[in-house]
Design a protein around this ligand. Sequence first.
Ligand SMILES: Nc1ncnc2c1ncn2[C@@H]1O[C@H](COP(=O)(O)OP(=O)(O)O)[C@@H](O)[C@H]1O
Ligand SMILES: [Mg+2]
Length: 396
Amino acid sequence: MSERIFEEELERESVFRDASKLSPDYVPEVLVHRDEEFRKLTQIFKPVIESQASQRVLITGSTGVGKTVLARRFGAVLEATAKGRKLDIRYLHVNCRKDKTPYSVLAKIYQYLNPRWPYHGLGPEKLLDTAVTYLGAHDAYLVLTLDELDYFVQLNGPDLVYSLTRAAEETGGPNRISIVAIARDKSFLRALDAATQSTFMHNVLPLDCYTAPQLADILRQRVGEAFKTGAVEEETVELIADIASRWGDARLALELLWRAGTIADGEGKDVVMPEHARQAKAEVYPEVKREVLRDLQLHEKLVLLAAARRLRVSKRAYAMTGDIEKSYRVVCEEYGEEPFAHTQFWDHLKRLDGLGLVDLQPSGPGHRGHSLKVSIQEAPAEWIEREVEKLLERGK
Ligand SMILES: Nc1ncnc2c1ncn2[C@@H]1O[C@H](COP(=O)(O)OP(=O)(O)O)[C@@H](O)[C@H]1O
Ligand SMILES: [Mg+2]
């Protein structure tokens, strides 16, 4: 019995080819829409390659704009390039939210340089000294990323950054430690001394939030790696990109894509559809509050119901306003209500947009007149439909 279930599960088809390609830790070979930033980093680190100088840079930006992945990708390319030139440059990425004390960061560096060294019982200064001596003895250079450094400095103060930037001074040799700092913004620099502050201020690389088309490109690249051919509808990608573009957040976009795939698998479907994305969104950010639905006026509810039904039935990401107006008339008939004229219908739709229950967008070329595209992003259309129907029943 259980053997059969086991076999069945093993045999079961999945939309995924390799779901691990969607994990937040995966570093893709190619970063989409970050060429300029990658180039800027290269320019900043040119002296490290050419004259073995040390550098400092601060990468800033909100969650999911690709700070971590940019630093990691750059580190990998930098190491490889250096190797090609017979230079020993080593890239170490430390997440200061995980290694959240100065001691554990220093132990990380120490162990990275030589995994066989026992570090227990050594004080922080000794750890750093030994690391610096090691770099000198091997004619090696360290490029150290301190990811989420703002969080760390808030917790521990500026001492670690101070000692890392000054580590070479006593040896009298070149500074062999370059630092890539990553933070949400540059305000945490104020906690550092003026000299350290200014070295970072020199090289600040702000990453902007991604736009919807950029997120769609990032998703498309990952769809190719993570899903079987044809397993994700193009409109699913567009809808997810639209949803995540409110925050410009690629992490959210990839998480929604992964969840949508998991939901499709759960339903035994072989294609990930827009409705799966809406369900994924509801799991991640259940933002449609029942109170908001309850407080809608009667005809706002009817318009919303029309939109939800249209989207559920059509299985599309978007519906044209003209089609929703038709559905609205049908819905009115069903509930024995006289439909409002065109202009009021529009007012209702705009109010729903204002409340974030639907999303109105220009329909683009190919559509005449004032027609707009309508989508529902906050929750599954099916869920909204059910909730509104309940409210309408109760109101009768
Ligand atoms: N330009 C990009 N191209 C491909 N994937 C990206 C890009 N930017 C971000 N990602 C992906 O989005 C997710 C979030 O990026 P991450 O670097 O962790 O953001 P941050 O560190 O700014 O919060 C990761 O899975 C990352 O691989
Ligand atoms: Mg990060």
